[in-house]
Design a protein around this ligand. Structure first.
Ligand SMILES: C[S@@+](CC[C@H](N)C(=O)[O-])C[C@H]1O[C@@H](n2cnc3c(N)ncnc32)[C@H](O)[C@@H]1O
Length: 262
């Protein structure tokens, strides 16, 4: 990608926690106007209060991280259908944005404090904190929100939060070839996935090309993770409208060999 001129127009230089310095368009991840409202989002019988940007059916890049993306609705319904996945298990959401799947997981489990919702900017973290507090009012044992930039300070994160039996990701890979997002993402998954035999990463993403699907599998393979696709028949029926409009894919990743996960 061509670098825009430093500090020009809408772009500014941002130093990420992993020391990678990139040009970054803040509007991609945050709305400077903080034009947020509250909305109750129903995932079956589970109601989640979501603070964020609502009102536009089709969110644009200018709102990423601050809206409920279709992939997060599908992943949330999948969790509702397979609630055994969250029971008595530690859960981590990566690139959580407003945090819908993580909050649904926290509402489905008897141990919401075993759920950690993460994202990589302070602005989104604030939003996540607000959403976790609103859904678990006065509850000291609610889910936690934490800063996590994929590939950065993973051992430190592991020391603080431990490893996870279930890792969730909704719409967190856009273009595997161009952006180099997938490697740090799968490095993060392989470092933070627990060694339990049934530990799993569930990713719901926009399948933008056949090549993208293959790249995701190949990169996951480098980190000893085996990919399987949830068949169309097993996708949540409640999401048929979304699924007929958006090309979403649900993938699960498990360690090829729990003893050799890198
Ligand atoms: C399209 S949004 C999806 C948000 C949410 N998961 C949903 O589906 O509604 C992508 C999210 O990934 C986060 N993200 C992108 N790159 C990241 C990175 N390197 N580390 C952590 N989070 C990242 C963004 O901040 C944003 O919240």
């Amino acid at each position: 990608m061509d670098d825009p001129a430093p500090e020009s127009g809408n772009f500014r230089r941002v130093k990420h926690t992993n020391q990678l310095e990139t040009y970054f368009y803040p509007g991609l991840f945050m709305d400077d106007h903080m034009n947020y409202t509250w909305k109750d989002v129903d995932i079956g019988h589970v109601q989640v209060k979501v603070h964020g940007r609502h009102g536009s059916e089709s969110a644009t890049y200018a709102e990423t991280g601050q809206v409920v993306w279709p992939a997060s609705v599908v992943l949330s319904h999948y969790l509702l259908q397979h609630s055994h996945l969250v029971q008595s298990r530690s859960v981590l959401e990566l690139g959580a944005g407003v945090g819908l799947p993580g909050l649904v997981a926290a509402k489905l489990t008897k141990e919401p404090s075993a759920v950690v919702l993460t994202d990589h900017t302070e602005v989104i973290l604030e939003l996540l904190q607000k959403n976790t507090e609103a859904n678990f009012t006065g509850d000291t044992d609610g889910p936690k929100a934490a800063l996590l930039n994929w590939g950065a300070d993973l051992e430190e994160f592991k020391k603080t939060h431990g490893t996870f039996d279930l890792i969730l990701g909704a719409d967190i890979i856009y273009w595997t070839e161009q952006e180099g997002m997938a490697e740090p993402l799968f490095q993060t998954v392989s470092t933070l996935l627990s060694k339990k035999a049934d530990a799993m990463f569930v990713l719901c993403h926009h399948n933008r090309s056949a090549q993208m699907s293959k790249s995701i599998r190949d990169i996951a393979g480098k980190f000893n993770l085996l990919c399987a696709e949830v068949t169309k028949e097993d996708l949540p029926a409640a999401c048929s409208d979304i699924l007929s409009n958006v090309s979403l894919q649900l993938l699960t990743f498990t360690a090829k060999d729990v003893d050799t996960i890198i």
